[in-house]
Design a protein around this ligand. Structure first.
Ligand code: FMN
Length: 182
């Protein structure tokens, strides 16, 4: 999915898609982040999100429309990678993008900030890195991501129970003390 104002990010996405097809990947869809192709997302194992960097060039940089990522459907069990295109300096745009992608529940396997003046070189490098990252996480990533989420939820649930039990136990001791039975 792409967010593009003047076409650089869209061009980068098309190029990455083309390179990945050469690696025998199937591209389930290419859409705007704000008009997501839900069927393509559901079908895909890996979600790529590209956007352009907006800011004051040397400060305040952020991936444009990062908030629309929060409106994407939950992507637990899928892997995701972000990329952005920039002119001078992307700042921490990629970190922001990674966090937004992680918040969808996806397992983030990397990202890439591409200089708009080096799109050919940088799209190639991104596609190559993706192939490696996906191979490295093929068996483990989705299962591990889902397990990690379940484990966290289980711990949180136990903590809540334990906290309630601890309060109840303290109250019992206190009332026993007050009654002089201990
Ligand atoms: C309003 C505006 C603000 C921008 N701010 C930055 C910036 O802070 N840092 C930077 O490196 N590039 C900045 N750029 C450049 C774009 O990020 C860059 O040209 C990008 O490749 C545009 O992608 P697009 O063609 O997909 O819209 C800015 C561009 C615009 C139009």
């Amino acid at each position: 999915m792409v967010e593009s104002l003047t076409g650089n990010t869209w061009k980068a996405a098309e190029r990455v898609a083309h390179l990945l097809q050469q690696e025998r990947w199937t591209i389930t869809g290419l859409s705007k982040v704000r008009e997501p192709d839900y069927a393509a997302i559901q079908e895909a194992e890996i979600i790529l999100v590209g956007t352009w960097v907006h800011g004051a060039f040397i400060f305040g940089q952020a991936p444009w429309a990062v908030n629309s990522i929060a409106n994407l459907p939950a992507m637990r069990g899928k892997r995701a990678a972000g990329f952005c295109t920039f002119a001078l300096n992307p700042g921490k745009s990629l970190d922001t993008l990674d966090r937004a992608l992680g918040d969808t529940g996806a397992y983030v396997i990397g990202g890439f900030a591409m200089s708009r003046s080096k799109l050919d070189e940088h799209t190639e490098e991104f596609a190559a890195r993706l192939v490696t990252a996906v191979e490295a996480t093929d068996d483990v990533a989705p299962a591990e991501a889902a397990e990690a989420v379940e484990a966290i939820e289980a711990v949180e649930a136990t903590e809540a129970v334990e906290a309630t039990e601890a309060v109840e136990a303290a109250e019992t001791v206190e009332s026993a003390e007050a009654a002089g039975t201990v």
